[in-house]
Design a protein around this ligand. Structure first.
Ligand SMILES: Cc1cc2nc3c(=O)[nH]c(=O)nc-3n(C[C@H](O)[C@H](O)[C@H](O)COP(=O)(O)O)c2cc1C
Length: 214
């Protein structure tokens, strides 16, 4: 049976455009795969641990540094628990606003906590990084107010979809569909509604694409 993990990274709840679009995906997904298990996580409610010196030490010990202290072992166990929740899914849905050209810091924190050598990725001196997640796919919804496709650099640069897609690929997830909602130059509320509906329609189509295993 397929499990979908839906990760909300905007703190704006129902007002969030990325969430409104991802919710359209979710509604269609439920219809298409009634047997699929669905888990929703809001990164702002998850109580993510800090990625502090002990977290870094417990991670770096895998790169051949000194063994872990008892405290670091406990932190490592918490990182493994978080990873196992993530790894329990075969399908992922992310709602991600652009914040200062990149991802919201809660998502970066989640990524830093999840990216454990030996669980999420391996490394080969000749080949480089090896993603350890297998047979999974992802859909990511991105939202921005000023940045837009083809915009001059003064309107910002997209380090959101590029960074996040690279991270998914690094983890071993290569089947990735991305959906953008770009608000810039919407002259009226009606036009904003049309663009939102178009993004939601794209999300519904993405939810029906082949690949989910329910
Ligand atoms: C802290 C913060 C930083 C932002 N930085 C950018 C930015 O760099 N470029 C941009 O186009 N929009 C930026 N925005 C606007 C959001 O990307 C935009 O409103 C988006 O639709 C929000 O997504 P949401 O509705 O899912 O929360 C920023 C908003 C916030 C709150």
């Amino acid at each position: 049976m397929t499990k979908l993990l839906y990760v909300r990274t905007s703190p704006r709840g129902e007002a969030s455009k990325s969430i409104q679009i991802a919710d359209a995906y979710l509604a269609t997904y439920r219809e298409a795969y009634p047997d699929a298990e669905i888990e929703t996580v809001d990164l702002w409610d998850l109580g993510l641990p800090e990625f502090d010196g002990d977290s870094a030490a417990s991670k770096m010990s895998f790169f051949g540094e000194a063994g872990m202290t008892e405290k670091q072992k406990a932190i490592y166990a918490e990182l493994v628990r978080l990873f196992e929740q993530f790894n329990s899914a075969d399908d992922y849905l992310f709602a991600i606003p652009m914040w200062n050209f990149g991802v919201p810091y809660k998502l970066k924190q989640y990524i830093d906590l999840l990216s454990m050598p030996g669980t999420l990725f391996g490394f080969d001196p000749a080949e480089g990084y090896i993603g350890l997640l297998k047979g999974k796919r992802a859909t990511a919804v991105f939202s921005a107010a000023i940045y837009h496709d083809g915009a001059p650099k003064a309107f910002g640069t997209d380090h959101v979809s590029t960074f996040f897609t690279d991270w998914l690929n690094f983890a071993g997830i290569s089947d990735v569909e991305t959906i953008w909602y770009q608000k810039y130059k919407m002259v009226s509320a009606a036009e904003a509604d049309i663009r939102l509906a178009a993004a939601q329609s794209q999300a519904r189509a993405a939810a029906r694409r082949p690949g989910a295993r329910a």
